[in-house]
Design a protein around this ligand. Structure first.
Ligand code: HEM
Ligand SMILES: *[C@@H]1O[C@H](CO)[C@@H](O)[C@H](O)[C@H]1NC(C)=O
Length: 507
């Protein structure tokens, strides 16, 4: 239905614009130009259907660099990771913020930060990101541990009551990850309050998230059914007078609350929309990532055993015994020691990440890519890196479709040398974007994913049901981060609490 609306909408615009503009021709020095036969829309539908396959085919026909017309924008793709660095380094002529500012403002419904009405705000927001990094990570990691254990203990122990002791129980894996990661992340960032209805918030959030790709694709919200109402409802959750009552929000969120307070030009609903946008940024990718981390471990017994052994080894038997009775801590330093776990997380991200890195060309200029290649670019065109093609490049990664938990470990340390055409590749894995615009939450996200796996594996045994089918990636969100699973996966779990206490009795 939505796909249908999108097509009608884009079709309408294309006819309109076809009458207004004459079509572009390739100039000397510019990359090959692929326009398709549909004006404006160009290759948008093919791109949306399966972008990796579409781009790989164009790469075979036209080489590593080409320009495609997609829904009214000329996008130049750089498909070879050995050429990425010139794009990543050209921050001045290739800007990220103009694009993300307008996309975010349209999607979440706040006035564009760089519109001139909010002097200094953009810089202050960028500065606030340091509160997700470095020393600020210690209290955040501590808080995540506490919240995770509370949520998981509640979940495992209350479901235990419903069945006989020590029995295996069944849960849908994505539902499990959504529930645990949403609540943990919300409480860690925004704090607690006894009358918050987080289940309702999550339900609305999921409705919004399902439409998110269409909003990003510039489909007007008015065409998207109840989406506007849902967004308003989600935004109302974060009005300043409500947030003022929440207990112990993290420093990062407090800093943003104080910052928004300084701008009279920002209405309460705009402040709330900013907070809602941050909620989306903090769980939108982490939830599917958590799914793939657990899924790959459960489906690979060798990986599960190695990772669990590493976790037990680092946190110590004693903590393992205690985890159902009291909170244990796993410090940031301890998390850093878990290389197999980290490698498994990175391997899961490699296989599920489809974020496209986008830069907007600020002026006509010639971009030198390496000794042989340079390309002419026009103002307002888009340059895109598509790391998924690197993540699945058989030259860089042997058997790229396979989950190999220790792919990023060598001699007990992180492995960082990967090669293509005999050259060392610097940008071989980039789920968090690149250069100056990399995701500011990446350290927090990595920690949280590792903590999630740690606590889950310490609290219970897990296995897939017999004859459970393989999880597939939902390709429809290509370009927008971590892909969710396309099908439901049920897994069995059994808490370790009972087994441990039986063991004690037997001693
Ligand atoms: C596995 C989890 C995550 C993934 C894969 C991810 C990925 C990304 C990517 C690809 C970008 C765009 C960067 C670019 O294009 O250069 C981004 C931006 C951003 N992310 Fe994340 N992210 C994750 C988790 C988080 C978390 C937990 C937070 C906050 C606590 C967060 C906050 C942000 C923010 C605020 C931006 C926008 C930065 C800006 O506008 O300058 N992310 N993320
Ligand atoms: C995993 O990825 C993160 C973020 O990209 C990186 O900092 C870390 O060194 C990687 N670790 C391993 C073992 O690959």
């Amino acid at each position: 239905m939505l796909e249908y609306l999108l097509t009608i909408f884009l079709g309408f615009i294309s006819v309109l614009l076809f009458c207004v503009f004459c079509r572009r021709r390739r100039k000397d020095g510019e990359p090959p130009l692929i326009k398709g036969w549909i004006p404006f829309l160009g290759k948008a539908l093919e791109f949306r259907k399966n972008s990796l396959q579409f781009l790989t085919q164009l790469q075979q026909e036209h080489g590593d660099i080409f320009t495609v017309l997609i829904a009214g924008r000329y996008i130049t793709f750089i498909m070879n990771p050995l050429l990425y660095s010139s794009v990543i380094k050209h921050g001045k002529q290739l800007d990220f913020h103009t694009f993300s500012d307008s996309a975010a403002s349209r999607t979440f419904g706040f006035p564009a930060v760089r519109s001139g009405h909010f002097p200094g705000m953009s810089d202050s927001l960028q500065r606030s990101y340091t509160l997700l990094q470095g020393p600020a990570l210690d209290p955040l990691a501590f808080s995540v541990m506490g919240n995770l254990q509370q949520v998981l203990r509640h979940r495992f122990l209350s479901s235990e009551e419903s069945g006989p002791d020590g029995d295996w129980k069944e849960v849908e894996l994505y539902e499990f990850c959504k529930c645990v990661m949403f609540q943990t992340t919300f409480n860690t960032l925004y704090g607690h309050s006894s009358h918050l209805r987080l289940d309702q918030l999550r339900e609305d959030f999921e409705k919004f998230d399902a439409i998110f790709p269409l909003l990003m694709a510039r489909v007007p919200i008015g065409l998207l059914g109840k989406t506007k109402e849902i967004r308003e409802k989600l935004t109302r959750f974060f009005y300043p007078h409500k947030m003022a009552e929440w207990i112990a929000p993290c420093e990062f969120i407090q800093n943003r609350m104080a910052l928004f307070q300084q701008y009279d030009t920002l209405q309460d609903k705009d402040k709330a929309a900013h907070h809602f946008a941050m909620l989306w940024a903090s769980v939108g990718n982490t939830i599917p990532a958590a799914f793939w981390c657990l899924y790959h471990l459960i489906t690979c017994p060798e990986a599960l055993a190695a990772v669990r052994a590493e976790i037990v080894n680092v946190v110590g038997e004693k903590s393992v015994q205690l985890i159902f009775k009291e909170d244990i801590t796993i410090t940031r330093q301890q998390l850093e020691q878990m290389v197999y776990l980290e490698s498994s997380v990175n391997e899961s991200l490699r296989l599920s990440s489809v974020s496209m890195n986008i830069r907007v060309v600020q002026e006509d200029f010639c971009l030198r890519l390496d000794a042989q290649n340079s390309i002419s670019l026009r103002k307002d065109d888009i340059i895109a890196l598509y790391p998924q093609s690197t993540h699945l490049d058989p030259e860089i990664y042997e058997q790229p479709q396979r989950f190999q938990f220790d792919r990023f470990v060598e001699d007990g340390k992180e492995k960082t040398d990967f090669y293509k055409c005999g050259q060392k590749v610097r940008y071989y894995r980039m789920p968090f974007g690149s250069g100056a615009t990399q995701c500011p939450g990446r350290f927090f996200a990595m920690n949280e994913l590792k903590q999630f796996v740690c606590v889950t594996l310490l609290m219970c045994e897990m296995q897939l049901l017999d004859n459970e089918q393989e999880a597939m990636l939902d390709n429809s969100r290509a370009g927008l981060g971590i892909m969710p699973p396309a099908n439901q996966i049920t897994f069995g779990f059994r808490t370790r609490k009972l087994q441990d206490s039986t063991a004690e009795r037997e001693e």
